[in-house]
Each structure stands twice: as structure tokens, then as C-alpha cells.
Ligand binder design. Structure first.
Ligand SMILES: *Cc1c(COP(=O)(O)O)cnc(C)c1O
Length: 376
């Protein structure tokens, strides 16, 4: 008999989602406009403390509009974390600008402030810095923001993975000129697909809504003086999002439990450690990750294979952007003399199943398979 499938991270729905979707059907607001869209924006603002929010069709769309609103275009340089998902930096290329990738630091796996300093020394006038909170762990925001402020460079916070995580008590996504969240299917809450752009700047968020709805100028007929996009969130999806938001704190605490369960279960294995936490923040632990000591005899591939054999999903660490063929012509800044920290994490880490529907028995199965590989 096939063993029960255990997922990396799959959607977890509750009752409110259905009620709100039913309401959208009952009122026939089946469009990228409607009361749920407005309410979801307000509720994300209330939850995060971000002043203004625009609900969009994806996190990638939110990053794209942030890039656009900062006036980034051909010939411009944008610094971006290398250790991330490609959606963090692809929008830079949509606008024909040039990303320069920045190495990670060992304390949180996020953008290294030292490498960022070095990048400013080499390229004094980037148009923006895209800073990621990887796997839901806040980056070293004080250091990064200080450096960016000194160089008068705006920050786009890619908080796609870190909704509900905090840094010094404040929500990630609310520190930068723009912050973005994702509601893709495997994120901590989902709308099946969707995103949010947040900012303190009301006018910028209004511009984002304008560009997200095909940049239609005010006129009775269809008048366009700029290129727009079809990036608005649907009212049905916003209904799902409103329902999910009610369970965000629950999801976070279940994710944190998963992290602690793994950490405790592997604490006697010297070759294993968990992805590091920022001591100045509280992660949402979207994905729990393992770091395997190099040359200990077990590789991340062996762990992923052993889990896959038991019908358990795991995933490699994001392959750093500076190693991607499509970004081969882009510069990469590290303060190390050989290799990079981002590459080390990619080579020696993996993402463990972090689905909040995992039972105690599921967790024991996963832990047992991994412990056995390490002779326990
Ligand atoms: C998921 C993700 C995105 C993109 O969000 P979508 O909603 O899937 O477009 C961007 N950046 C990071 C780091 C992500 O994990």
C-alpha cells in the first residue's frame, strides 16, 4: 500500500473562506474589483501596520509595480539578494534594468550588510535594493536600512515568504519604501494566487492600482497615455484571502511548532542544524530548513531521495540567482575570497516538509527517516 503523501506546504482552508466566496457569488462580484478586494486591502493594512495596500494578481506583479513606481528602467542597476526565488529579480529584467546580486550572511541566510556595502563601493548609484526575508526569517534590517539610507537608495522588501514575521516587533514588509506579500498556493496563507503591494505612500499605491488596471486615463472613452497591466486581484480570490487572514496567526504558530519539533528531534546529531533565526525578530517559519555539515557522509540529495521513497515531499534550497544561466551576465558581490555563502547554503541545505496539516505521526515518520540516515 502506498504510504500517505506528506507535502512540503499545501493550502490549509477553514470555514470563513467558503463564506466569503459564497458572498462574492451571491452578490455577483466575480471580477477584479469588488468589496472583498477593498476589505482585504484594509485588513492587510490593519494586520501589518502598513498604511496603504493594493491587492494584485501575484507577488511577482507587486514587485514589478514597485520596480515601475521607482522609475527603474534601462541602464539602471538594482541590488538584489542572490539566495532567493527568481520572482524577486525577474521584474528588474522586465524593465530592462540590470540586477547585481548580493551574497548572504550566515546568521539569517539573508542579504549580507557587508556585501551590500561592498556593492555600493563598486556601484555607487543603484536605483533600488530588493531585500528578501528568506523562508520567513527577517533579514538584518537595521544594518541594511542604515546602509541604504546613507546612499539614499530605496528598499523593496520582498516579504513574499515572511507575512506575519516581525523584526524588533514590527511586521516585515513595512520597513521599505515598498513591501510585497505573496498569496501563492504554498505560502503561509493563500488566495490560490495573488499578492499585495504595501507602502506608506498613498499616492504610490493609487498609482499601483492605476497601472494594475490597464493604466486608463480619466475619460469617458478609453484613453491611454501609458502602458498598463492586468494585475488586479479578483474579488473571489480576495474573499479567500480575507478568510485565510483570520487564521494567519494560527498558521504561524503551527509553522513555529514544526520548526521546534525538527530542531529538538535533531539536536543530538552534530552534523545537522536548522536554518538560523534572527535574534532581533520572530520568523514565521514558512519553511523549516536543514543545514548538513559538509563531508559528514550524507548529502541533501540523499535526504531528499530517502524522503521521496516514502512519498514525502522536500525541496532543495533556492539555487542562487548568480548561478542561474539566465543571469550569467550579471555581477555578484561577496566579501569572501572564494565561493559564497549563498552557494554553501544551496549545496548543503534543504527544505523540510512544513505543511501545517502534518500530524504528530507524520512528523515522527519524517524525523525517523532522517535520523536513520545519520545512524540514529
Ligand atoms: C513566492 C515568491 C515570490 C512570488 O510570488 P508569486 O505570488 O508567486 O508571484 C517572490 N519572491 C519570493 C521570495 C517568493 O518566495
Amino acid at each position: 500500500m502506498e504510504r500517505k503523501r506528506i507535502y512540503l506546504a499545501s493550502p490549509t482552508m477553514h470555514e470563513w473562506e467558503k463564506k466569503y466566496v459564497q458572498e462574492a457569488f451571491d452578490t455577483n462580484w466575480i471580477a477584479p474589483v469588488g468589496p472583498h478586494v477593498n476589505a482585504f486591502e484594509k485588513e492587510i493594512s490593519d494586520y501589518t501596520g502598513a498604511k496603504y495596500a493594493a491587492a494584485l494578481s501575484s507577488g511577482t506583479a507587486a514587485i514589478h509595480l514597485a520596480v515601475k513606481l521607482l522609475g527603474i528602467g534601462e541602464g539602471d542597476i538594482v541590488f538584489c539578494s542572490s539566495l532567493t526565488f527568481s520572482a524577486s529579480c525577474n521584474p528588474v529584467r522586465y524593465e530592462n534594468a540590470t540586477p547585481v546580486f548580493i551574497d548572504s550572511e550566515p546568521d539569517t541566510w539573508n542579504m549580507s550588510p557587508q556585501a551590500l556595502e561592498a556593492a555600493f563601493a563598486k556601484y555607487p548609484h543603484p536605483k533600488a535594493v530588493i531585500c528578501v526575508h528568506l523562508y520567513g526569517t527577517p533579514a538584518k534590517l537595521d544594518e541594511i536600512l542604515d546602509i541604504c539610507r546613507a546612499h539614499q537608495t530605496p528598499v523593496i522588501e520582498d516579504a513574499a515568504e515572511s507575512l506575519s514575521a516581525t523584526y524588533k516587533g514590527k511586521q516585515t514588509g513595512t520597513f521599505g519604501t515598498f513591501g510585497i506579500y505573496s498569496f501563492n498556493g504554498n505560502k503561509i496563507i493563500t488566495t490560490s494566487g495573488g499578492g499585495m503591494l504595501v507602502s506608506e505612500n498613498e499616492e504610490a499605491i493609487e498609482r499601483a492600482r492605476f497601472f494594475a488596471t490597464q493604466a486608463r486615463d480619466p475619460a469617458r472613452h478609453y484613453e491611454h497615455s501609458q502602458i498598463g497591466y492586468n494585475y488586479r486581484m479578483s474579488n473571489v480570490d480576495a474573499g479567500i484571502g480575507r478568510g485565510q487572514l483570520k487564521s494567519l496567526d494560527l498558521h504561524r504558530s503551527l509553522k513555529q511548532d514544526i520548526y521546534r519539533t525538527y530542531r529538538d528531534a535533531f539536536s543530538d546529531i552534530e552534523a545537522l542544524s536548522m536554518n538560523p533565526m534572527n535574534i532581533d525578530g520572530e520568523a514565521n517559519n514558512w519553511l523549516s530548513c536543514l543545514w548538513i555539515l559538509p563531508e559528514c557522509g550524507v548529502t541533501p540529495d540523499q535526504v531528499m531521495d530517502a524522503l521521496a521513497e516514502e512519498n514525502i515531499e522536500s525541496r532543495p534550497i533556492w539555487k542562487p540567482m548568480h548561478l542561474q544561466p539566465v543571469y550569467a551576465d550579471c555581477d555578484f558581490i561577496t566579501t569572501r575570497s572564494t565561493g559564497s555563502y549563498a552557494e554553501d547554503v544551496y549545496d548543503h541545505g534543504l527544505c523540510l516538509p512544513s505543511d501545517i496539516k502534518n500530524t504528530k505521526e507524520d512528523m515522527e515518520r519524517i524525523v525517523g527517516i532522517i535520523r536513520k540516515l545519520f545512524g540514529k
